[in-house]
Design a protein around this ligand. Structure first.
Ligand SMILES: Nc1ncnc2c1ncn2[C@@H]1O[C@H](COP(=O)(O)OP(=O)(O)O)[C@@H](O)[C@H]1O
Ligand SMILES: [Mg+2]
Length: 154
């Protein structure tokens, strides 16, 4: 686990951009945190790190956005879903793994749908512009991915 203290939106974007730059096909990012924590900001940084320079907005109503970078980033917001069956209902699992990078807000609403290999980004201790960001990797590929940004200065 890496604990990172972000003191601004820009610092959160930079951290996520580093991960985006080193992302691998099949990477899964579970974004955990309350409303306003910075989950969408983090997804935006991932997209930027993957070379996507368009608009990144929360897919709250449409559930899923796709941003075409060096790898496709599939950005989910599952707030409106009620369990893993709903996720299967929208065909969500077809996007997980393979050649995509996935970033999932409100993954708790489809608990169990994402297997046991992922990077969890837990954003908490919200205070004005400060956030504590815990990065927890499960599975060797995601551990190596997290190691690839180990030299981030904090
Ligand atoms: N250190 C920080 N990291 C990320 N966002 C921050 C930070 N400080 C302030 N913010 C603000 O918090 C808000 C986060 O919004 P958003 O990413 O949409 O949250 P979520 O998707 O978790 O509901 C943005 O308005 C952003 O400018
Ligand atoms: Mg959001």
């Amino acid at each position: 686990m890496i604990e990172f203290t972000s003191k601004s939106e820009i610092q959160t974007l930079n951290l996520a951009q580093q991960l985006g730059k080193h992302a691998f096909p099949g990477a899964v990012v579970l974004l955990t945190g309350n409303l306003g924590a910075g989950k969408t900001v983090f997804a935006k940084g991932l997209a930027q790190g993957l070379g996507f320079d368009g608009l990144v907005k929360s897919p709250t109503y449409n559930i899923m956005n796709i941003y075409q970078g060096t790898l496709p980033l599939i950005h989910f917001d599952l707030y409106r879903l009620n369990g893993v069956d709903d996720f299967h209902g929208i065909g969500g699992e077809e996007y997980i793994g393979s050649q995509n990078v996935c970033a999932i807000e409100w993954h708790e609403h489809a608990q169990g749908a994402f297997g046991d290999e992922y990077l969890e980004v837990e954003i908490g201790d919200i205070e004005e512009n400060e956030r504590t960001i815990n990065l927890i990797a499960k599975g060797i590929k995601h551990e190596e991915w997290l190691d690839s940004i180990h030299d981030i200065n904090n």
